[in-house]
Design a protein around this ligand. Structure first.
Ligand code: KMH
Ligand code: ZN
Length: 276
């Protein structure tokens, strides 16, 4: 692996499905709040977003109208790559998860296997993975392959062989979920080494793993995801005041390593996203 100077794609994941306002008062919930947080993150160097929507009561939803509202408010003010979650919330039905694609994202997450997720079971049957991949391919949506453990890379190989996912694939290594691969440098190397085909990769580190893992990604030629979906702290015992604050730190780290933040159009090229 040679050192990369490729511009770094910083993806912001501002809300997620699990974090609550009681954990952090800074969590954006309404479409206006989420779009505002994305815009501020873009100003600090984010060029892509991973959106989860919430209802007015703060509960996760995959209502395409709410997702479209977030995307519309965002597009009015910034050109970041709009990604949406089909992982949604543990326990959501297949119909609720597939309908995310009705909101016409540019990128959508494709979770590549079932697993324990904290105290719950995150169900991603082969049938659901295939249905989501098929729909993404039909709609021209770039699949971001969410990899929580090394065995899920086998599913990626099968999707590629079946032509359900474009080659080169786009990987997001999610490390440090309780039930998934633990967050270590050795495990990141193992994930990279076991990719069935080469492809751009982002690292998502949960909780206190976010800072060291995204720093490793920046140093090793990967891309960085930060935001409250994965981590609400700036440092131990100190809540981050915004997603943009976490993005700004990621940008500073990447710049010190000789990698400037990608523009949104550079991010589309790097991630393999077709302009809609
Ligand atoms: N909320 C997690 C159960 C994704 O966005 O695709 C799943 C998740 C992954 O957040
Ligand atoms: Zn997510």
């Amino acid at each position: 692996m040679s050192w990369s100077t490729e511009p770094v794609v910083i993806t912001v994941a501002p809300t997620g499905a699990e974090v609550t306002r009681s954990q952090t008062p800074h969590l954006p919930i309404t479409p206006e709040e989420i779009a505002q947080e994305i815009v501020r993150s873009a100003e600090e160097g984010a060029s892509a977003v991973h959106v989860h929507a919430r209802n007015d009561d703060g509960r996760p939803t995959t209502d395409p109208e709410i997702l479209k509202r977030i995307a519309g408010l965002t597009r009015d003010r910034t050109d970041v790559v709009i990604g949406m979650s089909t992982g949604a919330e543990v326990g959501m039905s297949q119909r609720e998860r597939i309908r995310v694609l009705d909101a016409a994202p540019e990128v959508a997450s494709l979770n590549c296997g079932s697993m324990n997720f904290g105290d719950d079971v995150f169900d991603n049957s082969p049938r659901l993975i295939e249905a989501l991949a098929n729909r993404m391919r039909e709609d021209g949506v770039r699949a971001e392959l969410e990899i929580y453990d090394i065995g899920m890379l086998g599913a990626v190989g099968r999707l590629l062989d079946a032509g359900l996912v474009d080659d080169p694939p786009l990987y997001n290594f999610v490390m440090g979920v309780r039930g998934g691969i633990s967050a270590s440098a050795e495990n990141l190397l193992a994930l990279l080494h076991n990719r069935p085909r080469p492809g751009r990769w982002t690292v998502t580190g949960i909780g206190r793993n976010q800072l060291p893992l995204t720093t490793l990604a920046a140093a090793m030629g990967g891309h960085m995801r930060v935001g409250f979906e994965d981590n609400i702290y700036y440092r131990r015992g100190e809540l981050a005041t915004s997603n943009a604050q976490l993005v700004a730190r990621a940008r500073r780290i990447a710049e010190e390593l000789g990698r400037r933040p990608a523009t949104p159009d550079e991010a589309r090229r790097i991630l393999g996203v077709a302009r809609g």
